[in-house]
Design a protein around this ligand. Structure first.
Ligand code: SAM
Length: 482
């Protein structure tokens, strides 16, 4: 039997089934242990330091106790601390991105995904470079600066060369005042050599969802194709790091397995990366299974309700305080509203989840990867965020200034991130307002920018930010950053 070792490079040792089962038992036994729970909450709370704030985070065992606890008073405290942590390290900024689907050709048999190879009802489509250009122009015209590219796994149709060519095309398009400044990549697990190529192509985060950490279920849910190999998939982030990518994004597809098991596995994965590479995941995504083509989410037994979903997200926030948490348009406006208060720091907006979806008037459904719940335009999402007190940020400065991996985390951990991210958010928001916003959004936006500028503590930084925003309004000068 494999023994738990977070420093091991073997999937069955760092995501150890025995340790997860022990954790769930421990959590169940202690879910009413008030003294222990209060000490865990105290540990999770941000502490003020001379340079800002610091947070201890929680181990997978500690966080699992909180997740198991059903006391409404404790839940209230968990939510309060989640919001405190979010505000301490990310402020009221919310980073905006959009997915770009390149190809839905796929050789895998994932039973929950409409791109699975046996699905004959879905038209297969792969963007040409001309089509990529057209999609990018459409995305730039909406105001997007940050993309997550998505593709099925198909060595013939979507080899790494195709993905690299698409990245090059995306970065080459500069339409009007637009450009895409960060391309994150969500493609299947691959080799160290290919990760190195992605790094050289200038990608931001490499994102790969584990789908489920439960090996037996994983094997059943991925019956055919290269993705069937649980170990290869689970060890992908280690290879990505070895290939030089130091921002990686984890995620679980909630609904496939029991959420408490997934939660412990996800945190163990984060602990593993921290232990081996000295830096945890850059982001964690919390997708939930959705209806799509020949996929009926009700056919899966482990769906979670909105309350449980919110609790999981808040507990992730407490456990890994410096990681960005991403929520997509799989979720409705109502759910997104709630989660934004519990630690989410990135949202997608105006998304189309079909191949070629941004260049068609009508939202196409035939090649959609999942049903989009939040169907508002980016302009509507931006205004809604501001009306709820969040600053929509189109900033991509950190990675372009080399602040990735442990350098980003160091900035975040000392609370320094607030000194440059806040003005960067306001400058990129001003670009958005000037170039793309509707009159209504413009009005709300500039009011917010004006108010928020006053909150920049350093006089010098504030003066520079104010000057840059004046230049954005008066000219076509763009892309200012600290
Ligand atoms: N093909 C790549 C892979 O296998 O990892 C990644 C791209 S796939 C387009 C992105 C993610 O969509 C998957 O990792 C999965 O978690 C999610 N997904 C698949 N089917 C879904 C569904 N029916 N509802 C919600 N999300 C889904």
């Amino acid at each position: 039997m494999a023994i738990y070792d977070k420093k091991s490079m073997r999937a069955e040792e760092f995501i150890n089934d025995g340790e997860i089962l022990e954790t769930l038992k421990y959590a169940e036994e202690n879910k009413n242990n008030k003294e222990l729970i209060n000490s865990i909450l105290e540990k999770a709370r941000p502490k003020l330091t001379s340079t800002g704030a610091t947070c201890a985070g929680l181990s997978h065992r500690e966080a699992s106790v909180l997740l198991a606890c059903e006391d409404p008073e404790i839940l209230k405290k968990i939510y309060e601390i989640a919001e405190e942590i979010k505000l301490a390290f990310y402020g009221n900024r919310i980073v905006i991105f959009a997915p770009l689907y390149l190809s839905n050709y796929c050789v895998n048999g994932c039973v929950y995904c409409p791109y699975h190879a046996k699905n004959k009802t879905i038209p297969r489509k792969k963007l040409t470079q001309e089509e990529v250009k057209a999609e990018v122009i459409a995305l730039q015209d909406m105001g997007h600066k940050r993309l997550a590219i998505e593709a099925g796994e198909d060595p013939k149709n979507n080899p790494i060369e195709y993905i690299l060519e698409c990245i090059k095309t995306i970065y080459s398009v500069h339409h009007k005042n637009g450009d895409i400044r960060r391309v994150n990549v969500n493609i299947a697990a691959t080799t160290v050599e290919n990760y190195r190529k992605l790094k050289e192509a200038g990608i931001g985060t490499y994102i790969l969802f584990q789908e489920t950490y439960h090996k037996e279920s994983y094997l059943e849910l991925h019956p055919t194709g290269p993705k069937h190999d649980y170990d290869y998939h689970t060890e992908a982030m280690d290879r990505a790091m070895q290939g030089g990518i130091d921002d990686v994004g984890l995620g679980v597809l909630f609904g496939l397995e029991r959420y408490k098991y997934e939660f412990a596995g996800l945190l163990m994965h984060a602990e593993h990366l921290e232990a081996v590479f000295g830096v945890g995941p850059h982001t964690i995504s919390v997708p939930r299974l959705k209806r799509a083509s020949d996929i009926d989410p009700d056919a899966f037994d482990n769906g979670i309700d909105d309350e449980t979903f919110a609790k999981i997200t808040a507990c992730i926030r407490l456990a890994v305080p410096y990681t960005g948490i991403i929520i997509s348009t799989r979720e409705s406006e109502e759910v997104r509203s709630k989660l934004l208060r519990l630690g989410v720091s990135q949202v997608s907006g105006g998304s189309r989840t079909s191949v070629g979806g941004y260049t068609t008037e009508e939202r196409p459904h035939d090649t959609e990867q999942f049903d989009v719940s939040d169907q508002r335009t980016l302009d509507e999402v931006v205004r809604w965020l501001m009306e709820n007190g969040h600053i929509p940020s189109f900033c991509t400065a950190c990675y372009r200034e080399g602040r990735t991996g442990d350098r980003f985390m160091a900035l975040c951990k000392t609370g320094q991130i607030l000194n440059c991210c806040h003005p960067n958010a306001l400058m990129t928001l001003s670009e958005y307002i000037e170039d793309y916003a509707s009159e209504k959004t413009k009005e709300v936006g500039y009011k917010m920018v004006e108010e928020e500028l006053k909150r920049i503590p350093k006089d010098k930084v504030r003066a520079i930010a104010e000057d840059n925003i004046k230049a954005i309004k008066a000219s076509n000068r763009r892309d200012f950053r600290f």
